[in-house]
Design a protein around this ligand. Structure first.
Ligand code: DLL
Length: 412
């Protein structure tokens, strides 16, 4: 089925979008050349910069009148990219999100509080229509107004919340501030994504709310949330919805396709999209492919970082998620932090500003800071400075959190 769909998708891209015609022609490949899935590796990559250069509609493969909706990527790493959907694309999207919610433990009739942002960002509306397609009751709250989020969770009694993990932490703060026990709510499941979050963060959220926290992955260029989903009965990796999205893992440097189990950059080809087929899209996300378990499709490991948020500090490669794991394993610090990288003289310096958990005496901060420095030095291989601040002093986000401030570029 994948092969058949892939051949049709390549035909559609090649014949209905001039940029793909040019790309395929200059690589000397034709859709009908493809006889086996593995031959996809001979087709050219599509990169974010290609989409940017074609801003806004240059990668669309249907006429405007056939478009049912337009979204745009969050633009966290530059100019946004615009993406389009036909009605059939929207139906497919809703069906994979419905499947994702089901794998997360959701069932028809359950109530879902959606606190992903509604608007051009794909999170809110993507979750919304998937939840409706599954037969759930949707509460379309969107992000922000944290006090009201807490109120609505208490009053409307949702079973599931869909939100970025960092905004879930802001909601947690608000529960604590109001003196309401977060374990007393009706919530059973949280479906978190749109940014990296590690096992430490999972433990933090599951414990605080008494819920199952599962991971949802996706990106606007490919569709939005619901490209892959962690099953609640089998946490640790995400089932990739391979009937609609074909995954490859490539070496980020050479672009060579890597084997199952090897860590590299995730490349995705859509199999059934109409408005904007994507062929070998370089996601920038680092992961590896794994064998299926509870469901028949292959899985991907949780995404700990992107090729472009890897920090190179004094020659060492570091992902913010690595620092996060050590922050949380200390037991003294809250999951609110900002990593600042500077180059005051000729050498890079990395400083972590992190909040102490409420109730930890300030007298205990210096020892905890030293312990964090020691662990990071030992396990990540880099010396850092640690500044411990009071609870609430690190800026909260109501969407994707900003974890890194790299001030080196300004001084280069
Ligand atoms: O973030 C779509 C989405 C919405 C996914 C809600 C999940 C939930 P973009 O704004 O285009 O789309 O950003 C996509 O976010 O390439 C990853 O780098 C990152 N990302 C998304 N989900 C995860 C995840 C949405 N579960 C970019 N873990 C992707 C780690 C994630 N990173």
């Amino acid at each position: 089925m994948q092969l058949e769909r892939l051949r049709t998708q390549l035909q559609h891209a090649y014949h209905d979008n001039v940029r793909y015609t040019e790309k395929f022609d200059s690589a000397g490949v034709k859709p009908e050349d493809l006889q086996a899935l593995s031959e996809l590796q001979h087709f050219p990559f599509t990169r974010k910069v290609d989409l940017r250069n074609a801003y806004p509609f240059g990668f669309f493969a249907v006429g405007q009148a056939q478009l049912a909706r337009i979204h745009a990527s969050s633009g966290t790493t530059g100019q946004p990219t615009v993406v389009g959907y036909t009605q059939s694309d929207l139906n497919m999207w809703a069906s994979v999100v419905a499947r994702s919610i089901y794998a997360a433990g959701g069932r028809p009739g359950m109530k879902i509080h959606v606190a992903y942002g509604y608007g051009l960002f794909t999170g809110g509306l993507g979750a919304h229509y998937g939840a409706e397609a599954l037969g759930c009751t949707v509460v379309p709250v969107s992000g922000g107004q944290t006090k009201r989020q807490v109120q609505l969770i208490q009053d409307l009694q949702p079973d599931i919340i869909m939100v970025t993990p960092s905004y879930m932490l802001a909601i947690l703060d608000e529960f604590v501030r109001q003196g309401v026990d977060p374990r007393s709510t009706s919530l059973k499941i949280g479906i978190f994504g749109a940014e990296p979050w590690g096992e430490g963060m999972r433990g933090e959220i599951e414990q605080a709310f008494g819920i199952d926290a599962v991971d949802i992955y996706g990106l606007s260029e490919v569709m939005g949330p619901g490209v892959a989903q962690e099953c609640v009965i089998d946490k640790g990796a995400l089932t990739f919805w391979e009937d609609h999205f074909y995954p490859e893992i490539v070496d980020p440097e050479s672009g060579a396709v890597l084997g199952n189990g090897e860590e590299g950059e995730l490349v995705i080809t859509s199999l059934t999209k109409e408005a904007m087929p994507v062929i070998r899209y370089r996601t920038g996300d680092l992961t590896r492919l794994m064998e299926p378990t509870s469901r028949s499709m292959r899985r991907v490991a949780r995404i700990g970082g992107r090729t472009d948020d890897m920090l190179i500090v004094r020659g060492a490669n570091i992902f913010p998620s690595q620092i996060e794991e050590h922050i949380l394993s200390c037991g003294i610090f809250a999951p609110h932090y900002l990593i600042e990288v500077t180059r005051p003289e000729r050498l890079d310096e990395m400083r972590v500003r992190v909040e102490a958990r409420p109730g930890i005496a300030a007298a205990d901060w210096p020892a905890a800071a030293r312990e964090l420095m020691r662990r990071v030095k030992e396990h990540v291989g880099v010396s850092i400075g640690v500044e411990v601040v009071e609870p609430g002093k690190v800026e909260r986000s109501d969407g994707k959190a900003r974890r890194v401030q790299d001030l080196r570029r300004a001084t280069d």
